[in-house]
Design a protein. Sequence first.
Lengths: 287, 267
Amino acid sequence: VRPLALSYEGHEIPADVIDLVDVLELTPETIAHAGGGRPVLDREHVACLRELNAHTPLTIHGVSLSIGSADAWNEAYLRLLDQCFDAFPNILWHSEHLGFTRVDGVELCTMLPIPYTHESLDLVSPRIERLIRRYERPFLIEPVVNLLPVPPGDMTEAAYLNAITRRTACRLLLDAYNLVCDSRNHGRDIDAFLNDVDLRYVRELHIAGGVAVDGIQLDVHTAVPDRHTLAVTKQILQHRPNDVLVTFELLREGYELLGSLLGDEVRTIRDWLATVPCDARPVSAVA
Amino acid sequence: VTLARYQQSLERALRGRPVDPSDVYAMRVRSTRQWRLLAESIRFWRRLAIQRGAPMTSTLLLRQGHFHTIVDRLFAERLASPDTATMAEAFLVRVGGMGDDVAAALARTELALQRAARGFDTPYEIDWPIDPIAALANLLDPSRADWPEESGYWHLTVAHRVPGFLSAARRASPEGGHGADAMNPASFARDIRPLFRPIDVEHMRPFSVLLDDYSYMADAANDHQHARDVRDYLTGIKQPQMPIGGPFWTADQLALYERWMNEGFQP
């Protein structure tokens, strides 16, 4: 049975839903406040999550490291990670986005992709190695959605990700919904990407659903995944054995929108995952 | 285009500032509809962060139709912290200083409640023109409580040691001015600097620890390492506890120092 994770942002998760998931994905920024000039995890959320963590492992999925900022990444996020690893004994791995959220210390309030260049690769790879050395836990990197046209670069996204996994011990986190957004917004060729990226390094797969505004599909996780997203999910999982964790990402507001239907939706996803056959042959294009 | 220039161009463009015409990518994306949507999505995430961090005040201002305007103005004037964790606090401070008595009282109350919930011992005193308990109940669950009518003066105390953090009483006139005000943050010059004795300052100077120097104490480098180190020695988390030989700072003095840090290292 493929394991299923659910995102957690400090809100209450109904007991019947907790019973349906194997892992909780924590975004630490959502349970933190600014204290003493640095982000601090909220005590009550930590206490609540520690209870859950006794039975349910966590993955940590950050949004504010800004690993691709040319000037400097966000050191304050590392303080949060330190607190997470101190507070929660049962963490499988941590992950971040391959992008930037701040420029010269100014927060953008959005996440933008970095150009796939040798320069950015030389910047990001040593940072990833530092993270792995510092925490001695697996680290996954997630390519981000491209709302804007793709910036010019030296290589494709797949080649860039392959270079990262060759250079470092980093593993990959792919987001099926991101791929769908890029496909709808820019005509991205998902098949070509999946043929080119080395799927052997994928350890986690995000699924989500969102909304379209003004004809543009937005990466806002407020709904269950649609058929297109599930088809992409299946496409990836068919090439991977059962060690890929599938995470249903849902904003706190998405929980409120789904209300009592959430349990049924999670159960539906879980049942659907059980039907996805696994063909663990290597992907020929990569081999 | 280097990575740094690419990022700086986008950051300038997002702030509505001119972009170097030779940066072909930045010039091109600015004319796309995705760009407009990106700008809109940034506003969405800011509003969401503030609604999450200040739910009661956001709810009231949404009802009044002022929320979006206030948030947009906050960022246009660059008054909000770039740190997403403190956006809501900047919003509450802003609204707390506004002319609308109820919205201002609510923002002050929400800020004080957040600090009380985090264990701050400081009691906060806030005047209200309506019954604050009924107003808070309505904001938390409009289906269960009516919005209170204007009814004279109410005085609210918010403190960690008060059960439920809140205690309200009706008054004949506004009290004002008693106790700490969440809108009046601790100041280095007024509150912290006088706590260090001349001997403390002189004692630490040879070690390049400048206790009387605001720019040193509030230096943001390394996550405000200077201020945190001083705090850790004052509390005894780091040894030897300072001042060596005592008298050590009282709990109230340490709380004030902590409050100065939490309130943004004000000069």
